[in-house]
Design a protein around this ligand. Structure first.
Ligand code: FAD
Length: 300
C-alpha cells in the first residue's frame, strides 16, 4: 500500500463523491467543501454526471478545476443514457482533453426519472457494461462502476443485478461503488454472492452520512435503499436539536464503517452532498489521519 493510501492506522481508504453546482451559491459551497476535505487525503474523488445524461458542462467544468487546482485524483462520472455512441465518444474526448483518466461508468436513469421505462438509444450503448468496454478500448483508464446491495429498482432480482456487475467487471471495470445502504448484513450477503459469482473486483460500500433523514427517506425510496427502523429511533426527538442530530448522524456513519471494517472491508466511498462538517466528523470518529497529522507523524 502506498503512503497515500495509508489513511489512518488501520489502513482505511476513503473516496469522496461530489456533484456539480447549479448556482453561484452552490459553486461557493462546493469549493469550500473541497478545501475543507483536502486534509483527509482521499484515495480519489468523483464528480457526478447530470441526471438523464442532461449536460456535461457543469461536470466537465468542476472536474477540470479539481484536476488543475486541487491535489485530488479525480474521476468523472459518465452516463450513456439518451446518447448515440458518437455522442458518448465526443463526451469522452472532452473529458480526456480536460485531463481525466478515471471514470465512473454508468448507464444513467431514464429521462423520465427513476421508475419510468428505460429505452436504450438505438444508436447508443445499452448499459454500463457496454460503456465500460468502450472506455477500455479507448485507453488504460481507471474505471469504477455501480453496484446495488439491495438490487437496482429495475432489476428482476439480485441474480440479474450481479450478472450485470459481472459483465462490467469482465469488460474491465476496476472496482464497484455501491448505492448507499444502512444494513450491513444486507451488504455482507450481497458481497458473498458477488464473490460466489466470480466477481473479483473490490466492491466499495457507498456511505451516506445523514444530513437530513426526512429528505433521505424520499431519495432512498427511489433508489431502492431500505431505511431500518433503528434509524428513526436514533433520530427520534431531535428535530429541534441540530447539533445533536449532526452528532448522531456522525455516530451512525462511523459505526457503520467500523462494523464493515470488522467484516473485512477497508475501502469506503462517502457521499459528501457537497458539505464537509458531517463528513469530517465521521472521519474524526474513525481516527483517520488528517494531512497535518500524517506530516507530523512522518517528521517524528
Ligand atoms: C455509485 C453510483 C454513482 C452514480 N452516479 C450517477 C451519476 O453521476 N449520474 C447519473 O445520472 N446517475 C448516477 N447513478 C445512478 C445510475 O445512473 C442509475 O442507478 C441507473 O438507473 C443505472 O445505471 P447503472 O450504471 O447502474 O446501470 P447498469 O449497470 O447498466 O444496470 C444496473 C442494473 O439495472 C438493471 N437494469 C438495467 N437496465 C435494465 C433494463 N432495461 N431492464 C431491466 N433491468 C435493467 C440490471 O439488472 C443492472 O444490474 C449512480 C449510481 C451509483 C450506485
Amino acid at each position: 500500500m502506498s503512503s497515500k493510501t495509508e489513511n489512518g492506522q488501520r489502513g482505511i481508504r476513503i473516496s469522496f463523491e461530489f456533484f456539480p453546482p447549479k448556482s453561484e451559491e452552490a459553486e461557493v459551497q462546493l469549493w469550500n467543501t473541497v478545501a475543507d476535505l483536502t486534509e483527509w487525503q482521499p484515495e480519489f474523488v468523483s464528480v457526478t454526471y447530470g441526471a438523464g445524461g442532461s449536460t456535461k458542462a457543469p461536470t466537465l467544468s468542476a472536474v477540470r478545476r479539481m484536476i488543475h487546482e486541487t491535489p485530488f485524483t479525480t474521476a468523472s462520472h459518465l452516463t450513456c443514457v439518451g446518447a448515440t455512441r458518437e455522442d458518448t465518444h465526443r463526451v469522452i474526448d472532452d473529458f480526456l482533453s480536460a485531463g481525466v483518466r478515471r471514470f465512473v461508468a454508468l448507464r444513467g436513469d431514464p429521462p423520465g426519472g427513476v421508475g419510468s421505462a428505460y429505452r436504450p438509444h438505438p444508436g447508443g450503448y445499452a448499459n454500463a457494461a457496454e460503456l465500460v468496454s468502450a472506455l477500455r478500448e479507448r485507453g488504460d483508464f481507471d474505471i469504477s462502476v455501480s453496484a446495488y446491495p439491495e438490487k437496482h429498482p429495475e432489476s428482476r432480482d439480485t441474480a440479474a443485478d450481479i450478472d450485470m456487475l459481472k459483465r462490467k467487471a469482465d469488460n474491465g471495470a476496476n472496482r464497484a461503488l455501491t448505492q448507499f445502504f444502512f444494513d450491513n448484513d444486507v451488504f455482507e450477503r450481497y458481497h458473498d454472492r458477488v464473490r460466489a459469482a466470480g466477481v473479483k473486483i473490490p466492491v466499495v460500500p457507498g456511505i451516506m452520512p445523514i444530513q437530513n433523514l426526512t429528505q433521505l427517506k424520499r431519495f432512498a425510496g427511489a433508489c431502492g435503499t431500505s431505511i431500518p427502523s433503528w434509524l428513526d429511533e436514533r433520530f427520534d426527538g431531535l428535530d429541534e436539536h441540530a447539533d445533536k442530530r449532526a452528532s448522531v448522524a456522525a455516530d451512525v456513519a462511523a459505526e457503520q464503517i467500523e462494523d464493515l471494517v470488522r467484516r473485512g472491508i477497508n475501502e469506503f466511498h462517502l457521499y459528501t452532498m457537497n458539505r464537509s462538517p458531517l463528513v469530517s466528523a465521521v472521519l474524526e470518529r474513525l481516527g483517520i489521519r488528517r494531512k497535518a497529522d500524517a506530516c507530523e507523524g512522518a517528521a517524528a
